[in-house]
Design a protein around this ligand. Structure first.
Ligand SMILES: [Zn+2]
Ligand SMILES: [Zn+2]
Length: 148
């Protein structure tokens, strides 16, 4: 099962990099010179696309680097009543914390397990996940634009 998860994570990351680099490459080097005759149009379009591309890569790496794992520095012996007990981690966790079966750790404000980020999206990296998905959507729409 651990091997299966590692395989899916590898496929997710590989797909992400192939798709994002593939769109930049095919737009700038293949589609734009065919669709636009003015070199100014090609340059302007390319700059816009690279700006979006940098935003995707930046949010992607910040989302991976900021982990939402709950790792307490001190053991809480008398937690507030809103805290619940995680039987897997064998300790009390803050409200809105959920245990992830894949990460094998409790995640603060857990949203979902992301196979592109190779970890859970929660308190600290949701801020990067949301712009990441939105920018990615506009980015892939760009590909269809020249063929209208
Ligand atoms: Zn847990
Ligand atoms: Zn997870």
């Amino acid at each position: 099962n651990r091997k299966k998860v590692a395989f899916i994570h590898t496929v997710g990351v590989a797909y992400f990099f192939l798709a994002t680099f593939g769109v930049v490459y095919s737009c700038i080097f293949i589609a734009y010179p065919v669709v636009y005759t003015e070199p100014k149009d090609i340059q302007w379009r390319s700059i816009c696309l690279i700006y979006v591309f940098i935003n995707i890569i930046g949010n992607y790496f910040l989302g991976i680097l900021n982990k939402s794992n709950y790792t307490p520095g001190i053991q809480v012996t008398d937690p507030p009543t809103s805290w619940k007990f995680c039987s897997v981690c064998d300790r009390y966790c803050p409200p809105r914390t959920h245990h992830c079966e894949i990460c094998k750790v409790c995640i603060l404000k857990r949203d979902h397990h992301c196979f592109f980020f190779c970890q859970c999206v929660g308190l600290r990296n949701q801020r990067y996940f949301i712009p990441y998905t939105y920018v990615l959507m506009f980015y892939f729409l760009e590909r269809t634009d020249p063929y209208k």
